[in-house]
Design a protein around this ligand. Structure first.
Ligand code: DC
Length: 231
C-alpha cells in the first residue's frame, strides 16, 4: 500500500477494537491511537478534581475551565521501549492502569457525553490524524472526527462474548470484577454511548461491518487483508 490513509475503527466496548487496530497499525507501519484512553484520562482527571459525584452528576463549567483555561492539561501517549506498547500519560504521569479500573470504566460514558470534553479530545485527535498513516479506534471516529477517513470499520460482537473478553483482560491485570458486573457495565455503556446527543456511537453509512463474535484474530486479519488489497 503506497499511499498513507486514515483508518477509523468504531464500535461497541470490548469488541476487540484495540487489539485489531494495533495489529493493522503494525502491519502497515502506522501509528495506533486509542481514543477511548483519552476519554478515560479526562474521567480520571474529573474524579481527582471532585468534578463528578457517585451519581454521575458532573460540574460541567468547572470541568470546561479545567480543560480549557489556564495551563490546561496534557493527555498523550508514550511508547514503551521494552515492549513497544503505548501507554497513556496525564500531565506527565503514567495512568495506563488506573484508567482501565472499574472506577473509571463506570464513569467514562457520562464524561464522554459532555460536549466540551469531546471538543478537547477531538482537537488532539485531528492534530494527530492530520499526518495520515494512523489507525484510530473509538466510537465516532468515522462519523465525527474523520468523516473523510479512507477506510471505516464498524466492529460488533455479542454482549456475552464481549463481557467474557473484558473479564479475562481485567483478571490478567489482577483487577476485581464479576461477569455480571462487567456485563452490566457494558450494557450501560452501550446505551449511554449510542444515545448521547453529541456524536453518538453509530455506524457510518460507508463503514464495513465486522461482527467478530465467532471469529478468531487470524480470521479477522484475513478479512482485513482482503480489504486492504483494494487500496
Ligand atoms: O473504548 P473504551 O471502552 O476505552 O472507551 C471508553 C469510553 O469512551 C466509552 O464508553 C465511550 C467513550 N468514547 C467515545 O465516546 N468516543 C470515542 N471516540 C472513544 C471512546
Amino acid at each position: 500500500m503506497d499511499k498513507k490513509i486514515v483508518i477509523a475503527i468504531d464500535g461497541y466496548s470490548s469488541t476487540g477494537k484495540s487489539t485489531f487496530a494495533k495489529l493493522i497499525a503494525a502491519r502497515l507501519g502506522y501509528i495506533y491511537i486509542d481514543t477511548g484512553a483519552m476519554y478515560r484520562a479526562v474521567t480520571l482527571l474529573a474524579q481527582r478534581k471532585g468534578l463528578i459525584d457517585s451519581s454521575n452528576n458532573i460540574d460541567v463549567p468547572a470541568l470546561r475551565s479545567e480543560l480549557f483555561d489556564g495551563p490546561g492539561h496534557d493527555v498523550n501517549f508514550r511508547v514503551r521501549e521494552d515492549n513497544g506498547s503505548s501507554e497513556t500519560y496525564l500531565d506527565g504521569e503514567n495512568v495506563e492502569n488506573q484508567i482501565r479500573s472499574m472506577g473509571v470504566s463506570s464513569q467514562v460514558s457520562p464524561i464522554a457525553a459532555v460536549p466540551c470534553v469531546r471538543e478537547f479530545v477531538n482537537i488532539r485527535l485531528r492534530r494527530i490524524g492530520a499526518g495520515k498513516g494512523v489507525v484510530m479506534d473509538g466510537r465516532d471516529i468515522g462519523t465525527a472526527v474523520f468523516p473523510n477517513a479512507e477506510l471505516k470499520i464498524f466492529m460488533t460482537a455479542s454482549p456475552d462474548v464481549r463481557a467474557r473478553r473484558r473479564l479475562m483482560e481485567m483478571q490478567a491485570k489482577g483487577q476485581e470484577g464479576t461477569f455480571e458486573q462487567v456485563l452490566a457495565n457494558l450494557r450501560e455503556r452501550d446505551y449511554v454511548d449510542s444515545h448521547r446527543e453529541t456524536d453518538p456511537l453509530t455506524k457510518a453509512e460507508d463503514a464495513v461491518v465486522l461482527d467478530n463474535s465467532d471469529l478468531s484474530l487470524e480470521q479477522q486479519l484475513e478479512w482485513i487483508d482482503k480489504i486492504l488489497e483494494k487500496f
